[in-house]
Design a protein around this ligand. Sequence first.
Ligand code: GLU
Length: 609
Amino acid sequence: MRSIAALAALSLAATLTVALSGEASAGTPGKGRAPQPAKQATAVGTGGAVSSVDPYATRIGLRVLRHGGNATDAAIATAAALGVTEPFSSGIGGGGYFVHYSAKSGKVRTIDGRETAPAAMPHDAFINPKTDEPWNFSPELVTSGVSVGVPGTLATWQRALKRWGTRSLAESLRPATRLAKKGFVVDKTFRSQVRQNRLRFRTFVPTKQLFLRGGHAPRVGSRFRNPDLAATYRMIARDGWRTFYEGPLADEVAGAVLQPPTVRKRKLPVPKGYMVARDLKRYHVINRRPTHVGYRGLDVYGMAPSSSGGSTVGEALNILERWDLATMPRAQALHLYLEASALAFADRGAYVGDPAQVDVPLSDLLSDTYAAERGCLVNPASTMTKPVEPGDVTSYDGACPGPLGTASSAPDTENTETTNLTVVDKWGNVVEYTLTIEQTGGSGIVVPDRGFLLNNELTDFSAEYDRHDPNRIEPRKRPRSSMSPTIVLSGGEPMLAVGSPGGSTIITTVLQILLNRLDLGMTLPDAIAAPRATQRNTATDLAEPAFLQQYGAQLGLLGHDVEAYEDIFTGTQEIGAATGIEIGPGGLLTSAAEPSRRGGGSARVVTPR
Ligand code: GLU
């Protein structure tokens, strides 16, 4: 169907980043179709800045800053908008980690809004009771009630606004509510994310109704509306965030997990989950102290467990600090980056889990003495055989240990789609926030009539139950995350904030951006754009094609086996989709997003220079 408004909009096509096809997608076609806001990967200026993957969301955040809101107010409004335009990566059906720097107190503080396992989740939840064999991970386990954790996103928004915001949740939801109602222009990324999920989305009645048009993904350029989500946001604004955890919405969420709303004839088994309304009532976000390491005179703050982000990025930085990366050839510095990553990942696997149930030796993992001992294992002239063994956190003195044995490594099933946003306001407050519903499209289950997808975060627990594994399944436990929202201070003042999606590659993406910026002399936009490689304690290094081309041969001489990265779920060869903001001399802000990964992000400042 081609409306007159759409034809008028066609004349604007030259100015748009996506072509308007004028085809109606969700709901009824509305009046006045505004084009997708223009995207820009870098912006420099003053007065505050926002960076996210999406131009609508960034625009909403920027408006909040312009109208006197602070970084937290803008971050929550941006996140709520991402729930509309990036529904396959984030939303109130998921969780995340919020890291905040307060200009007033000079402190970095965080909120852990990780999804949590229901009380009734058994240790053998990933086993098919009919066969006694584990469920196939994908698409069976990931498309299930079993994989859905109690969502933490809305409670995070409420807590963040209460601690640092100046606006109410109701006010913060308003622009996103309008966006959900009026709709937005579908871009290539949105369309391809639906296409990747067609089988899964067809399995559930409400998901099919919301995201598929006659069984197909919405066209690029069509307008996508989500009136159900608009109504859900309105209801939350009216009745308060608790309605999600104690009110009718809690019953509906639990209902969709216990009895997923599947179509009658389906191709997937869809195991039922264990969540009941009481699990939602019991859910709480946690105020946590950030992780901290000193790096070349700077202070790097990250997310503490239940995420492994802060400990793993921090340990790798501590190891790397032993070398002067800035003065060595680039390939040599990248060799050390890959080696340090492998060592830190070995420790992540051995020691990091939900601190409510696991004794995580965080101060050991982040100690310089421990890093000195781990760093001894790195040979600048050759590559360690991987996977490497974890270190011994119970006994270390910084002296070089004996030769390293090789270890076995568990399969990495973490998915790689999430979203991230960065905000700085004119007062100098900073927010770095990574939020997710785990894989693209989460569990595939849309809560009937509510317009949002439920996460499948519990698949971040280790696939097999092993008593010694800190990330084994336990009831009421938070699965270990890799999300690494990071804030860097220089002389006590914020200098840089950065984060990314990408499952376990988040850690290496954030680490590599930090090295690019802090050691290798790149600007923040270049540090984000530069080709990436990831080493997560596996036999080979995986890299984007451009990295492979640039450094593959030189790293090969040092013994690396660098192979092309390809996401097992999406087939993409890109690693991560970062956003960041740098605060330069005189408060000059450089807001940076991806120039091309995931279709390019949107970075803006209040007053461009
Ligand atoms: N589930 C992942 C984590 O918590 C995030 C997924 C992603 O980045 O796509 O680390």
